[in-house]
Design a binder for this molecule. Sequence first.
Ligand code: CUA
Length: 337
Amino acid sequence: MRRGPLFALLGIGTVAGAIATAVAIFLPWLPPVASKERGRIDVVFWFTVSICILIFAIVVAVLLYSVFRFRAAPDDESDGAPFHGHTGLEIVWTLVPTILVTAIGIVSAIVLARDDALGKNVLEVNVSAQQFAWSFQYPNDGKVTSGTLRLPVGRSVLLHLTSKDVIHSFWVPEFGQKQDTVPGIDTQLHITPDKVGTYPVICTELCGLGHAVMRTAAIVMPQAAFDKWLKSETQATSSPNTSTSGAAVFKSNPCGSCHTLKAAGATQKVGPDLDNLPAYAQKAGKPLPDFIRESLVDPNAYVEKGYPQNVMPPFDNLPKGQLDALVQYLIDSSKKG
Ligand code: CUA
């Protein structure tokens, strides 16, 4: 091959590769990394992207060079020269992709195996999905239930996921993995959060009308703060005091991921503002305690105008003591608000 074409190909390839690299690096394609597993997954991602950029640069170089160098004259109506294949080229363009795809496969297999390997002192959390809410239970730690997923930083966490109705899917983009929740099946997901912060928990399987609002938060906290939280939740759950346990029932259920209630520090706006419960009860034409109870066990009996129908799950399997405490708590706090 002569020097001139080689330099031209190299030049075009370098420019194309540089542009593709800049687009890959300088645009924020991915959310921040907040787990060890996500860190490893990103290694596979960038390994694959590097290969793609290399192939892209070669293809663009050959393509652009050919377009300009072998361009037919406007009046040239003749056929091209007959061409009978090139065994050497065919072997190369079969062998190179085989090697590259095998390399990606090997790197992926190593990362998958390491991501699934549990660390020491594993924290187990049961994740329960239902239309359209998440709830998290810490079975070995005071049987605490929470509407948000709280995790200590740097510790190996094994989630056991299940669903009460249809298939949902658990996803925290910063943790980098998705896992379906299937009724009757215990699916598992291993996470090792490595950055303190608050991240969204997203349902990523179309599960019905409220799919888009089926969200809550994953809060990664230092081990000491996590222990303190778990201890206070354990006490709140077993406390006989009605007003504290009403607040605890509110917190341990996903109420706060859709509603506003000043007393609980809840600020979401998917569902009606619970500080206005007395006004809603009046519109529904029911006494406040009856209205609140009905709205919890049969949420679609009356839906405040301007809010979505059939989105709130019925809380009809709350133990009676907890339901009573929650109703009383909502009466007290909405009258204050
Ligand atoms: Cu649950 Cu989408």
